[in-house]
Design a protein around this ligand. Sequence first.
Ligand SMILES: Cc1cc2nc3c(=O)[nH]c(=O)nc-3n(C[C@H](O)[C@H](O)[C@H](O)COP(=O)(O)OP(=O)(O)OC[C@H]3O[C@@H](n4cnc5c(N)ncnc54)[C@H](O)[C@@H]3O)c2cc1C
Length: 471
Amino acid sequence: MLPASIREELRAIVGAKNCLDKQEALVAYSYDATPMQQALPDVVVMPKSTTEIQQVMRVAARHHIPIVTRGAGSNLCGGTIPVGGGIVLVLSQMNQIVEIDEQNLTITVQPGVRTVDIHQAVEAIGLFYPPDPGSMVISTIGGNIALNSGGLRGLKYGTTKDYVLGLEAVLPNGEVIRTGGKLMKDVAGYDLTKLLVGSEGTLAIITEAILKLIPKPQTQRVMLAMFADMAQAARSVSDIIANRIIPGTLEFLDQGTIRVVEDFKQIGLPTDVAAILLIGQDGEPQTVDRDMEQIAAICKKNAAVQIKVATTVEEADEVMTARRSALAALSRMRPTTILEDATVPRAAIAPMVAAIQEITERYGLQICTFGHAGDGNLHPTCMTDARNTEEIERVEHAFEEIFAAAIDLGGTITGEHGVGIVKAPYLEWKVGAAGMEIMKGIKHAFDPHNLLNPDKMFAKQSRNRVVVQRA
Ligand SMILES: Cc1cc2nc3c(=O)[nH]c(=O)nc-3n(C[C@H](O)[C@H](O)[C@H](O)COP(=O)(O)OP(=O)(O)OC[C@H]3O[C@@H](n4cnc5c(N)ncnc54)[C@H](O)[C@@H]3O)c2cc1C
């Protein structure tokens, strides 16, 4: 519990109704979307401006109080758990679209704007902001930037990092920096914009962002290709790209996920196939038609048992919504759902899925896999029960082996969900000891007193590598 005098200082900055310390508020901000992670903050502070954030930061610096910045709390890496107590700084009130600049094709936003509100605002005037995490109806742009979020359109359009042109951010000493701008070119010094993207609230608090917009694609079409064999689906993914076609969306669902999504949404997915590819293309109508024909031909060549093209916008929306609801559908199965994020080069999808299946069977678990096949970004998702400690131990070992398998295939421990608490023990596997030292040096340069999101990214102890045994 913070002394009353410090809570009084914070109240004086943001107002009593924006400074919460009742037990029910502390509990509400003690967890995020990550299962099995919880810690109580000392106080929840909801600023309305950059100036208020600066003042709060100065109080925190003076009294050495940790600050955990929070958008919607939809992250899956424990990124907003206040492990060491302190202040949870909730930015949901800073939710204004500051400007849409049609000359420069940019949008300037406060950090608490929901991703979907950006989509709707720019699409209404024929512009497009592509990053579309599955959580876009709740996630904030501040959270998207801090985690460099991806989404279903990542293959063709890239991820959040490709659209952030400039940032305003408050440093741990309360100073404000501005990086980049409405500029397509800017090589003045180190690229602090890119450094802050994906920094998980550990370096600075993002208070405003300038994002790049592009023209809205004229048309969009979606198809489903069903396969009796996982390898055929994986080969289709490689063949589509090898044929120089970059689909707007190239998603994958394994049989377990298909069954659960169909049970949840009932849109007529065949539940007896081994895998479904959800393939979308957007652009000029003739190009989209040509690409869709070629993609269908490639899938047929790879023995697709059925190809279904959405004929109406409603049908296409239904299919995309079903894919976005995969996590929600799987969450209905058992009390605890752990969604992971192992990512491999596209060509390694088939061996990665085989490794996940083998590990799942060996540990006697229920793991379904879906994800962004075009990006090699798979979400093996374990349905389990946090109360069963013996099973949770098996789950941990299984995921450790899944991360190791991803790295052995040239991949990574996380493609888009971030390190936070849950991946911190594995970070060194990916970046090596020297990489860890450089990252710690960057953290120290920004935040010498370790005030911003402490205990994230850098684990007290790295895990030892497990030896992966494949069948
Ligand atoms: C159903 C579901 C589907 C999802 N689908 C995807 C997906 O397709 N792709 C994907 O990448 N992720 C996905 N996610 C994960 C998550 O939604 C994203 O990471 C999202 O960007 C988090 O946004 P948020 O506003 O909830 O951030 P929060 O969870 O509140 O915060 C995330 C991190 O950012 C930091 N942070 C937040 N705001 C700021 C700021 N202004 N300045 C500095 N640091 C800040 C926090 O400290 C924390 O470390 C999904 C999650 C769910 C529950």
